[in-house]
Design a protein around this ligand. Structure first.
Ligand SMILES: O=C(O)C(=O)Cc1ccccc1
Length: 311
């Protein structure tokens, strides 16, 4: 298998910085790609071992391109996640002043994190154009296509630009979550502080349908960390749900919740069980009495004994 990790490029993205925090990235060739779909396709067709892409940010929620790619097409699996605190710099060609800026660019997910700053600091008629990534925006400024780009300060030197302003962030402590995605295989062993991601499609539309899905987690004491609805593309009102749950598929309560979903849903796509990036603050024990592995096993043994007439 080729030992390369592809990532949302070009060089100098926040994605690259986050990827380099993973110890395993040091032993792989890191290859920038032009988009999230291109990165994931390289994994699907076997050109790359894994892809590293942004999936969620704490200001706007899910990065929809990534979610939609994981929901459709040949199945992929998440193996790792990284959380990165994000502040932007405004990068310009040397000599540009704030008052010269007529066009500005960045990845669409950057906009909600810099909107107020733009209103307060840039000319009111400034035009925003989306770029494929924040580093790609910097590259386009270098080429003269736009006057300024919001990107990581570290991208400035790579593209011959200057940071005119730094530490730009409308929300304090804005974080972006990135995931390492590969082809399906056995998930890594549980660490005691893990997360499980699935996508589910409801069988039919009925009152309380979403409550029924969530109930499969609730009654087993499984805490949810993300619930994101995405249109299926089959008409208004047709949605699937991307869910992150606390725990590992080898935890009985998580496995039983997934079995419950499998029984009542049209389709369930397992996206992986992997270590939580915020492991130190994770709540690792179930809070609902009777939902530990031991209690699930004891209850299953009891039913088996009843079936055998050995109670
Ligand atoms: O990695 C980048 O630079 C990206 O373009 C994705 C992104 C967008 C907004 C915040 C963090 C990462």
């Amino acid at each position: 298998m080729p030992a390369s990790y592809v990532y949302l490029g070009p060089e100098g993205t926040f994605t690259e910085v986050a990827l380099r925090t993973l110890p395993e990235s040091a032993t792989r060739e890191l290859v920038p790609m032009v988009s999230v779909p291109a990165a994931l396709d390289a994994v699907r067709n076997g050109e790359a071992e894994a892809a590293f892409v942004p999936i969620e940010n704490s200001v706007e929620g899910g990065i929809t391109t990534t979610l939609d790619e994981l929901v459709a097409g040949a199945p992929l699996m998440i193996y790792r996640e990284v959380l990165l605190s994000i502040t932007f710099a405004l990068l310009v060609r040397p000599g540009t002043q704030l008052s010269d800026i007529k066009t500005v660019t960045a990845h669409p997910a950057a906009q909600p994190q810099v909107r107020n700053w733009m209103k307060a600091n840039l000319p009111p008629d400034v035009v925003w154009e989306s770029a494929a990534s924040n580093a790609d925006g910097a590259r386009l400024v270098q080429e003269g296509r736009y006057d300024a780009a919001f990107a990581g300060e570290f991208a400035a030197s790579r593209y011959g630009l200057e940071p005119l302003e730094t530490e730009i962030h409308d929300a304090e402590n804005a974080q972006t979550r990135f995931v390492l995605v590969g082809r399906p295989a056995r998930p890594a062993a549980p660490t005691g502080s893990d997360k499980t991601s699935v996508v589910i499609w409801q069988r039919d539309d009925h009152p309380g349908g979403l409550r029924d899905l969530l109930g499969e987690f609730a009654v087993r004491g499984v805490n949810l960390m993300l619930l994101q609805s995405r249109p299926t593309g089959e008409g208004i009102g047709n949605y699937c749900f991307a869910i992150d749950a606390e725990g590992h598929i080898s935890d009985r309560r998580v496995a039983e919740a997934l079995m419950g979903l499998k029984r009542i849903c049209l389709q369930v796509r397992f996206l992986g069980s992997y270590p939580r990036a915020d492991a130190t603050t994770a709540k690792v024990r179930p809070t609902l009495p009777g939902t530990s592995d031991t209690e699930f096993v004891a209850a299953a043994d009891w039913v088996a004994r009843c079936q055998d007439g050995r109670f």
